[in-house]
Design a protein around this ligand. Structure first.
Ligand SMILES: [Mn+2]
Length: 271
């Protein structure tokens, strides 16, 4: 019983916070926020009534609740779409771990989404970051159609571009050979828009960071290279090519970071 009360309070708190954030973005007055709160409440009641969304039964949003409006006009708004994308991603990648480790795959998706947000990306970019590996690893074209349906064209466009194969490996379809796929991916970046470049770069930076971390781990060290399907020279060639491409196509702090990590990876290998 206590738990339910706590959940109600929590759901209410985060909803109020989001409403506040949205209202400051739309430059609404507190009285208008209350109007919005009322209509949200009505909407939720309707949805609950038709059985769409039990979660909304959990609490009563009182429109007269104190809403102190901070200046968050510069803030990135994350709505329940982001929540749904996270839930969807954990479901799609459930049980999957990062190559050669016991780390749940979602750790990578969270890291990529975090980087995208830290570098000023909006909600669509963060959602695309959470879903960027869902098509290639978990369902191919059918997954892409599902992502488009749930999260819209802009997200699907990024996710599609971040996949270097649309083969459904869960149904035994084979991907093209490694070299061919990687060359095609590098070439595709040339034509990519900045949405795609930003999510793809965050992905590559997290992968490169993970390699560096394990290379520096005494328990793993140079054995890290055995995790890849290709010899280390090929893997390093790919990361160097990516770093060069990103420095050229999306110059900035994060591309520089990728280049610096690749520098260290190359030095560590020569030792
Ligand atoms: Mn990835």
């Amino acid at each position: 019983m206590e738990e339910i009360e706590w959940m109600k309070a929590e759901t209410k708190r985060s909803t109020v916070a989001r409403l506040q954030q949205m209202s400051s973005l739309c430059a609404m007055l507190p009285s208008q926020v209350q109007e919005v709160a009322k209509s949200v409440k009505r909407l939720w009641q309707d949805m609950s009534a038709v059985g769409h969304c039990r979660r909304f039964d959990l609490f009563e949003l009182n429109p007269t609740d104190q809403m102190e409006i901070d200046d968050m006009s510069q803030a990135t708004v994350l709505t329940d779409r982001f929540d749904r994308a996270l839930l969807y991603a954990t479901h799609v990648h459930g049980g999957q771990v990062r190559k050669g480790t016991g780390t749940p795959y979602v750790a990578h998706l969270l890291a990529v989404a975090a980087t995208v947000l830290e570098y000023g990306g909006d909600e669509d970019l963060a959602i695309a970051a959470l879903l960027h590996d869902s098509v290639e690893d978990q369902g191919g074209k059918a997954r892409l159609a599902d992502v488009r349906n749930r999260f819209g064209d802009r997200v699907a466009h990024i996710v599609e571009a971040c996949s270097d194969s649309l083969a459904d490996t869960t149904k035994g379809e084979r991907k093209a050979d490694w070299q061919h796929r990687k060359e095609a991916y590098l070439e595709k970046l040339e034509r990519a828009d900045s949405d795609i470049l930003r999510v793809s770069l965050a992905d590559k930076v997290h992968n490169a960071r993970a390699i560096l971390r394990d290379l520096r781990n005494d328990q793993i060290g140079a054995k890290i290279w055995d995790r890849f399907s290709q010899p280390k020279e090929r893997t390093l060639w790919y990361y160097r090519s990516l770093a060069d491409k990103f420095c050229q196509l999306l110059p900035g702090q994060l591309s520089e970071e990728l280049r610096e990590i690749v520098d260290v990876l190359e030095r560590g290998t020569r030792r």
